[in-house]
Design a protein around this ligand. Structure first.
Ligand code: PLP
Length: 394
């Protein structure tokens, strides 16, 4: 049995007729960029997620860049960012000439910890970036409290957690600005690149719309330097086909996660990463290195499981296990093998190995298993049983 880490094949087979209709509608319209499909998509997205203003952009990375630029982030400013995340979270800060100030993550949910954010705030801090990693919202209540106290805006990076909730509100609508990605592997994937910025601030929304088209409100009259961050009509039309399915797909991801938990509960080597949520505590140090499978912990019941990321402790075991699984046809991924504070491009920031113990540990231990909605229970059982078998022998 071959099981890839991710596949859109079945999803697109199921939607083939509607996607083809959308393609032909755009083809016939003669409008290919920022036209009626994008307008409708922004409205439908905003209505669905309870976002007052929704601005379709070229990618999730560009959504972050635009959000920070609209907030006035520039040279001399600092933005607080978790070090354990996808590159774009911090890359967007550096692209504006500002300095990413890294913080460690909580051992329970891999998300940035609020006490770490509070400690990192200084006189140059211009914004806080809360990344909702792997499909689970960060501890927004605590992060917003910290931000409010310091009078700082919060940018939510919701690239991996579309559909996750905090209480009855969707992640992305709690902070000052929310940034979504429609990269094909995300909870809602386009057939190419795409992103969305949401806000409830009218002035900010206007600025975002302007920056999306080279800073021009009126064509060819540039009030500031923006860029080409426009969303394509085709992607908007495809995403409109997919949005009505999102609730089903998220439910299916959660069902798949339950199936993994059930399977692993029968294994003597698997245990939960932690017994309780410790998001709002200074991360404790845990040097346990026993050969165990550490299962992802849900600090928030609405985890959307964009990824099912567990930890394989014991020196080098994760990588050996990954190779052995691949040899048996099971695809996995490592998100992320190197935290951002020790990336080559950030060496001038002065961080060292050892600065953020949890992020560094996650980079050595985490392994993502296939969890996309169309996976069948038998396939999940196969992945889990191969993993338990191989883990016991490594
Ligand atoms: C956490 C996070 N932020 C930002 C991005 C950037 O999104 P995009 O690939 O659409 O530019 C991604 C995509 O992988 C992501 O995972």
């Amino acid at each position: 049995m071959t099981i890839p880490i991710f596949s859109l094949k079945k999803q697109h087979e199921m939607l083939q007729v509607k996607l083809s209709e959308a393609f032909h509608r755009v083809l016939a319209s003669g409008s290919y960029i920022l036209g009626p499909e994008v307008d409708s998509w922004e409205r439908e997205f905003g209505d669905f997620f309870g976002a007052q203003y929704a601005i379709g952009v070229s990618s999730g990375s560009d959504a972050l860049l635009l959000a920070l630029q609209a907030l006035g982030v520039g040279p001399g400013d600092e933005v607080i960012v978790p070090t354990y995340t996808f590159f774009a979270s911090a890359g967007s800060v550096a692209r504006l000439g500002a300095r990413p100030v890294f913080v460690d993550s909580a051992p329970c949910c891999y998300n940035l910890s609020a006490p770490a954010v509070a400690q990192a705030i200084g006189p140059k801090t211009k914004a806080i970036m809360a990344v909702h990693l792997f499909g689970q919202a960060a501890d927004m209540e605590s992060i917003l409290q910290v931000a409010q106290k310091a009078g700082l805006p919060v940018v939510e990076d919701v690239a991996q957690a579309l559909g996750a909730k905090v209480g009855d509100r969707y992640a992305g609508t709690l902070g000052t600005v929310g940034c979504f990605s429609f990269f094909p592997t995300k909870n809602l994937g386009a057939l190419g690149e795409g992103g969305m910025v949401v806000t409830r601030d009218e002035q900010l929304a206007e600025k975002l719309r302007k920056l999306r088209v080279h800073g021009a409100k009126k064509k060819y009259f540039h009030e500031e330097v923006g860029g080409n961050f426009r969303l394509h009509e085709l992607q908007a039309a495809f995403l409109r086909v997919k949005l009505p399915r999102i609730a089903d797909w998220l439910q299916q991801r959660q069902r798949n996660a339950e199936a993994y938990y059930r399977m692993f509960s029968g294994s003597s080597t698997a245990r939960p990463t932690t017994k309780e949520c410790v998001c709002n505590q200074t991360p404790p140090n845990d040097s346990t290195m026993s050969p165990e499978i550490l299962l992802p912990f849900r600090c928030n019941p609405s985890h959307t499981f964009n990824q099912f990321v567990l930890r394989i402790s014991g020196a080098g075991r994760r990588d050996r296990l990954r190779e052995a699984l691949l040899a048996r046809g099971v695809g996995t991924e490592v998100y992320y093998p190197r935290p951002l504070h020790v990336q080559e491009c950030f060496r001038n920031l002065g961080y060292r190995e050892g600065d953020f113990p949890w992020a560094e540990r996650f980079s050595r231990e985490t392994l993502a298993l296939p969890i996309y909605p169309e996976l069948e229970t038998g396939e999940i059982e196969h992945v889990a049983s191969e993993l338990c078998q191989l883990a016991g022998s490594l």
